[in-house]
Design a protein around this ligand. Structure first.
Ligand code: ATP
Ligand code: MG
Length: 250
């Protein structure tokens, strides 16, 4: 998940897509690249003081296999973040292969354990080195877009960053699609934004739109994905549909 805009639904999408696929029986890994650690907390994982997180992995001080943990969801493991990750933007630039730190660590880990069918990476709201590491480690990028007036603002910059990374660092990278989040179907604004996105990006938009649904905002405080909090709510249905689309597009 990438979008340098804050609060557009990256973490909510990462958690609930990962959980949907895990609950469908796939083994899934969720990597939290954000110092806010919302994705970790949202699946019930908190790093205690002194315990290693993704920061130590990126620094080369700990291998991924020693940091990965089970989450509140069966079949879903998480590589957690912690507030200490805030230091990464200062520490990473001086390291060798600074754009490839996550990719290299993940490759070594997946060589040891090839049983993960999907890996989801939640990135922070910036286009800095942490998001670059996420995009270099990924083969597809999902772009959550909030259904609001300024939805498309910043998208051009994100798309050009993705293009540059594809050209210089990760030729295999492709855009899986834009997914519209927090859609209030009763407003004409939401319909306008959806129309605009489908017109601008006809082949790049997921059919599924995620409605504004308070259960999606409540679930993280219980440390579980929405499907375990309220399996029959509209938010849960939407992320299940989105997971089906992700599976279908491979
Ligand atoms: P950041 O850029 O800070 O990492 P983000 O892009 O990861 O933010 P989220 O944390 O997923 O965005 O969502 C922002 C806020 O909106 C959170 O409080 C979340 O619970 C809420 N939220 C996300 N999606 C929905 C939705 N479909 N309906 C209602 N609330 C939502
Ligand atoms: Mg987030």
């Amino acid at each position: 998940m990438a979008n340098q805009k804050g609060g557009v639904g990256k973490t909510t999408t990462a958690i609930n897509l990962a959980a949907s696929l895990a609950q469908a029986g796939e083994r899934v890994l969720l990597i939290d690249m954000d110092s806010q650690a919302n994705a970790s907390h949202g699946v019930g994982v908190r790093v205690a003081h002194g315990e290693p997180s993704i920061l130590e992995v990126l620094m080369g001080e700990e291998s991924l296999e020693h940091v990965v943990r089970p989450s509140a969801v069966t079949q879903l493991d998480v590589v957690p973040s912690s507030p200490e990750m805030a230091g990464a933007s200062v520490l990473l630039p001086d390291l060798p292969r600074r754009e490839y730190r996550l990719r290299d660590a993940l490759a070594s880990f997946l060589e040891l354990d090839a049983s993960y069918r999907y890996v989801f990476i939640d990135s922070p709201p910036s286009l800095g080195l942490l998001t670059v590491n996420s995009l270099v480690a990924a083969d597809q990028v999902i772009i959550p877009v909030q259904a609001e007036y300024y939805a498309l603002e910043g998208l051009a910059q994100l798309l050009s960053t993705i293009a540059t990374i594809k050209e210089r660092l990760n030729p295999a990278l492709r855009i899986a699609g834009l997914v519209l989040t927090m859609v209030d179907a009763r407003t004409s604004l939401a319909r306008q934004v959806e129309q605009e996105i489908r017109t601008h990006f006809p082949n790049l938009s997921f059919k599924t739109v995620v409605p504004r649904n308070v259960r999606l905002a409540e679930a993280p405080s219980h440390g579980v994905p929405v499907s375990m909090f309220d399996p029959h709510c509209a938010g849960s249905d939407a992320y299940f549909d989105l997971a089906l689309e992700v599976v279908k597009h491979g």
